[in-house]
Design a protein around this ligand. Structure first.
Ligand code: S3P
Length: 162
């Protein structure tokens, strides 16, 4: 069984995935990190040098070539991953997909100081993207509202999938 976390940048996917993987002795995977390692470039560099289209193709390939073979993994996905191609459908066929739903205002507080995220350079554009993505994320198996402490979020996920 796999647990796959989706949601906007800054929703806490990586933090929560790490906690669950440790607690349940599952393998932790972070799709952005895997892509960076494969390309020997940071996400920012991939966007700058090769473009978003290239990055989305890497994400698609990652689902096909790596996530498809996962068992007992907790996967933190890049914020856009489920919203391109038929990625959401493919992710849902590989495990429980959980959407970490967080208000935009909270995201702004969390990520505005980081310049690692190419799609968060402009707050208004990021807000549009946030709104556009709502329909995509809603297709996850479960939605968790990220308004509690991390421990509580982990508990909620445990109740749903274990
Ligand atoms: C993206 C989110 C990022 C990363 C890339 C694009 C997006 O991941 O994959 O910058 O399209 O929302 P995080 O959600 O981990 O920040």
């Amino acid at each position: 069984m796999n647990v796959i976390l989706v949601g906007f940048m800054g929703s806490g996917k990586t933090t929560i995935a790490r906690i669950i993987s440790k607690k349940h002795n599952m393998r932790f995977l972070d799709t952005d990190k895997l892509i960076e390692r494969k390309e020997h470039l940071t996400i920012k560099e991939i966007f700058n040098k090769k473009g978003e289209k290239y990055f989305r193709e890497l994400e698609r390939q990652l689902i096909k070539n790596e996530i498809s073979f996962c068992n007992n993994c907790v996967i933190s996905t890049g914020g856009g991953m489920p919203c391109f191609f038929d990625n959401m459908k493919n992710l849902k066929s590989k495990g429980w997909v959980i959407f970490l739903n967080i208000p935009f205002g909270e995201i702004v507080k969390r990520v505005k100081k980081s310049d690692k995220r190419p799609l968060f350079k402009n707050i208004e554009k990021a807000r549009e993207l946030y709104e556009e993505r709502a329909n995509c994320y809603k297709q996850a198996h479960f939605t968790i509202n990220v308004e509690n402490h991390k421990e509580k979020i982990v508990e909620e996920i445990e109740q749903l999938v274990f």
